[in-house]
Design a protein around this ligand. Structure first.
Ligand code: CTP
Ligand code: MG
Length: 412
């Protein structure tokens, strides 16, 4: 992997509320939604953003260690700052702001309670902040007719809904605007704002609305939690519904790379000095890529091209540990562990038998499961027989994990 610059974007995930309207014993962000906490699901979207970001989780001070465990599970190798929240949402945001890295220019504030927010909405907010230079909030048109009423419930009039937007998070701002507005709000004794756009607008800065996403709805009541569970069950039964199924799943993956005399050979996670290399955006390790495809398809998570892309600058020359580590993290987030994997390499060279045990040990340790590596030639037929390149074909068996993870359950 090449050295990546410090992120210019930070996401503050506020998760320090108690969730009084939800009525669970534990704070809302630590309530389970189809086997994963709201915080873990919210963080999965943040880590699904296009570019790396600084992630700050603001958690109740009773749950800092728990939040760290959830964050490291969701973030894999990426580091996450966890800070204690305050008595109000605004105070929690301020605590998060204090943890921003110096190089951050754009700040998103996101409610952990909006656990199903798509990563693409986070990216859209970042893009809009950076292109306009002012505050951006996602919002949805209001569909109900809205009435203004008296304290006694008498209807006083109808509000023009065309002029209304129901706003969501993540809300994004140039750092200096949010910081200045937050400082001004703390200094004054103004009414507690329920969102950051309110704070920033009160300080006189422009804030605009972009199209929100219905999936970014806030989980406030038990009814909302039920709606979220139903959506997960209906939309992505393979990997996000509660793990009531116990049957293993299988997947297949195939990858091909052409030989390239200017590259070093990396295959089955190993460096092969003196052998012809393979072309590719990453290190061209066809065996590892076939394994990733087999694992992703077994879990119903798409394929390696869709997950990693074919032009991400962070993946130039990346080796198998990067791909396998991220694939394993995604499987775990979807509720699976690896049962076993087999991969067969098809080509004339390199001769695998001398290093088979080494390759199996390395891949097995990366996937925390048995991996078998085999090889074959094609009797001089086809592109592998002519020595133009290598193919690899993999089969993966994955196992659903039980819903409750004892390591992540909260003990007082
Ligand atoms: N939040 C926070 N610190 C607070 C209050 C709220 O970090 N002191 C966070 C919540 O964790 C949530 C988001 O702000 O992710 C939106 O707040 P809300 O939905 O109102 O959550 P709660 O305050 O936890 O719920 P309730 O108002 O029902 O108690
Ligand atoms: Mg609240």
């Amino acid at each position: 992997m090449t050295e990546t610059p410090a992120p210019q974007v930070a996401v503050i995930v506020v998760a320090a509320g108690s969730g009084s309207r939800l009525g669970h014993a534990e704070p809302k962000a630590f309530v389970s939604l189809a086997g994963r906490t709201l915080l873990e699901r919210a963080l999965a979207s943040v880590f699904g953003m296009r570019d790396p970001v600084q992630v700050i989780v603001v958690a109740p001070d009773t749950h800092l260690a728990h939040a760290r465990r959830v964050a490291s599970r969701a973030g894999g190798a990426a580091s996450v700052d966890v800070v204690a929240g305050g008595a109000t949402r605004q105070e929690s945001v301020n605590r998060g702001l204090a943890a921003l890295h110096p190089g951050v220019r754009t700040v998103l504030v996101h409610d952990a309670a909006r656990a199903l927010t798509p990563a693409a909405l986070c990216d859209a907010v970042v893009d809009a902040v950076q292109s306009t230079g002012h505050g951006i909030v996602p919002g949805l048109a209001v569909v109900d007719t809205i009435k203004k009423i008296s304290a006694a419930g008498e209807i006083l009039g109808t509000v023009d809904r065309a002029a209304l937007s129901a706003v969501q998070t993540p809300q994004g701002f140039p750092r200096e605007m949010l910081a200045a507005a937050a400082a001004a709000a703390s200094a004054g004794s103004s009414l507690e704002a329920t969102d950051d756009a309110g704070v920033v607008a009160a300080a006189g800065y422009p804030v605009s609305v972009i199209a929100g996403d219905p999936l970014a709805f806030k989980i406030t009541t038990l009814w909302d939690l039920g709606r979220a569970e139903a959506l997960l069950g209906a939309r992505v039964p393979a990997h996000s519904a509660p793990r009531t199924d116990t049957a293993p799943r299988v997947g297949t993956g195939l990858d091909v790379h052409a030989f390239d005399d200017d590259s070093e050979l990396w295959l089955a996670g190993l460096h092969w000095p003196g052998e012809r290399g393979l072309s590719g955006h990453s290190d061209g390790d066809a065996a590892v890529h076939a394994i990733c495809d087999a694992l992703l398809s077994a879990a119903g998570l798409g394929d390696i091209g869709g997950v990693f892309g074919t032009s991400d600058p962070r993946l130039v020359g990346a080796h198998g540990d990067v791909f396998l580590g991220e694939t394993l993290r995604m499987l775990a987030a979807a509720g699976f562990r690896v049962g076993n994997v087999t991969v067969q390499i098809i080509g004339n060279r390199p001769k695998l038998n001398t290093r088979r045990a080494e390759a199996e040990a390395l891949l097995g340790s990366l996937l925390k499961a048995p991996v078998a590596v085999s090889a074959t030639t094609t009797d001089a037929l086809g592109f592998t027989g002519r020595g133009e390149g290598l193919a690899a074909i993999a089969t993966a068996l994955i196992l659903p994990e039980p819903p409750a993870d004892p390591d992540l359950s909260w003990e007082a």
